[in-house]
Ligand binder design. Structure first.
Ligand SMILES: C[S@@+](CC[C@H](N)C(=O)[O-])C[C@H]1O[C@@H](n2cnc3c(N)ncnc32)[C@H](O)[C@@H]1O
Length: 409
């Protein structure tokens, strides 16, 4: 996760009223919703950035992404209106209108939305608990996110502890897993820490049987709704603490783990332990007993820097170094130093200076070996520079604003 840049994208204005119940998504509502999204070319709207931010120097990159059909919607731009106008000229008003409703979680005027959703479909989606209509405006109770031809329902806000999450990391991982699993066919696949099911469902057409597992019962209900929305019948949702309720081996194991450094015991579905990788290491300990001979595993995690040293590969080697495995490390981006005072304190206590988001791809081989692959090196090094500038700016502020115990960076 890229907390500084993406939190605003993930924290829409809280809505009053009952939240979406995934069990309410009937076959009829799923058909109506998926045909509206498909007919409107909804996926093109991920090219739109959020409004805000002041990083003018990243604008050429965003514009290039927009032109080439890349994903901007997790980043802010001071000229969002320009992108909206360009997209409307190219695709008409439908994708931006639906993105306002289902991604930005905004109220949309009924007469505006009626150009894309007819009265009968509006009623069906209202009865399914997806939309609420009042005072000639329509709002959504759920976020709907498009990835590689599928649609995923998830919670639009984090204001309940069992929220089901989709973020920029989810999308990146779907793309990278697709690349490394290209051309493979699985008889059994498993997506641990499945959340909305985004990883498992994205690979489900390559698998005879797909298991999506999470500790959170709301996530499992969301997996079932998302399987319905994407017309998949081979996906099974399983409640499990890591591998606890899961039997056997798998040809493909994916996991977008909780990996953010956070004091142990925090009730966050994204907190991975003190330095962030404790959860991932627990998973890796069991992985060799769960992966078939030709199996592949794709794991999203973090690479924390403690006392100036990167931790991930050292710990992976200490856990798995005796086994004939090929481990590929793919660094994705560097995160800014935390903004809140308790988190700064936590970082300082552990001498943790930051972490990268990264992906591990693990397969059996002749001997243990580690290699590094690049995903988008321009983005990676740009975020390293951003994080360094941010750290300098904030450590200067802290030196002047905080008591001496905060000034040891
Ligand atoms: C970062 S989210 C990833 C969600 C989804 N896979 C994605 O890519 O968007 C981490 C998920 O791990 C789940 N989780 C946390 N602790 C778990 C555990 N002990 N066993 C299984 N799942 C767990 C959370 O409920 C959450 O859905």
């Amino acid at each position: 996760m890229d907390p500084i840049e993406t939190l605003s994208a993930q924290e829409p204005v809280a809505h009053s009223g009952v939240r979406f119940d995934p069990a309410g998504l009937t076959e009829e509502a799923a058909d109506v919703l998926s045909s509206i999204l498909q007919n409107s070319r909804y996926e093109s709207a991920t090219r739109l950035p959020l409004s805000g931010g002041n990083r003018w120097y990243s604008e050429p990159i965003r514009l290039a992404k927009f032109i080439t059909g890349g994903v901007n919607c997790w980043k802010e731009s001071p000229c969002q209106n320009l992108y909206t106008a360009l997209l409307e000229r190219e695709k008409g008003p439908a994708p931006t209108m639906l993105f306002d409703l289902f991604f930005f979680y905004r109220n949309v005027a009924l007469d505006r939305i009626s150009k894309v959703i007819d009265a009968r479909s509006l009623r069906t989606l209202e009865n399914a608990g997806i939309l609420s209509l009042s005072d000639n405006t329509v709002k959504s109770k759920v976020r709907c996110y498009p990835v590689r031809g599928n649609y995923f329902l998830c919670d639009p806000s984090r204001n309940q502890s069992d929220f089901v999450y989709i973020g920029w990391d989810s999308h990146l991982m779907v793309d990278i897993a697709a690349k490394y699993c290209k051309g493979r066919h699985f008889s059994r696949s498993l997506d641990l820490c499945t959340g909305s099911g985004v990883q498992g469902i994205s690979l489900a057409r390559q698998s005879e049987e797909s298991f999506c597992a999470d500790i959170n019962p709301r996530a499992l209900a969301m997996v079932q709704a998302n399987s319905r929305l994407n017309k998949l019948t081979t996906v099974r949702a399983v409640q499990s603490n890591l591998f606890l309720n899961i039997q056997g081996r798998f040809d493909c194991i994916t996991a977008n783990t909780p990996y953010v450094p956070h004091p142990v015991g925090a009730e966050l579905p994204i907190g991975g332990g003190d330095i962030g990788i404790e959860f991932t290491i627990r998973l890796l300990r069991e992985l060799p007993d769960r992966l078939t001979k030709n199996g592949i595993s794709v794991i999203y995690t973090s690479d924390p820097i403690v006392s100036g040293k990167r931790q991930l590969i050292a710990q992976v080697t200490s856990e798995l170094g005796h086994l004939p495995l090929r481990v590929i490390l793919i660094p994705l981006f560097t995160n800014n130093y935390p903004m809140t005072r308790p988190m700064q304190e936590h970082y300082d206590q552990l001498d943790l200076s930051g972490y990268d988001d990264c992906i591990l791809v693990i397969q059996w081989d002749n001997k243990f070996q580690v290699e590094q692959h690049q995903h988008d090196w321009i983005h990676y090094y740009r975020t390293r520079v951003d994080a360094w500038l941010d750290w300098r700016r904030r450590s200067h502020k802290r030196r002047t604003a905080f008591p001496p115990s905060y000034c040891n960076l």
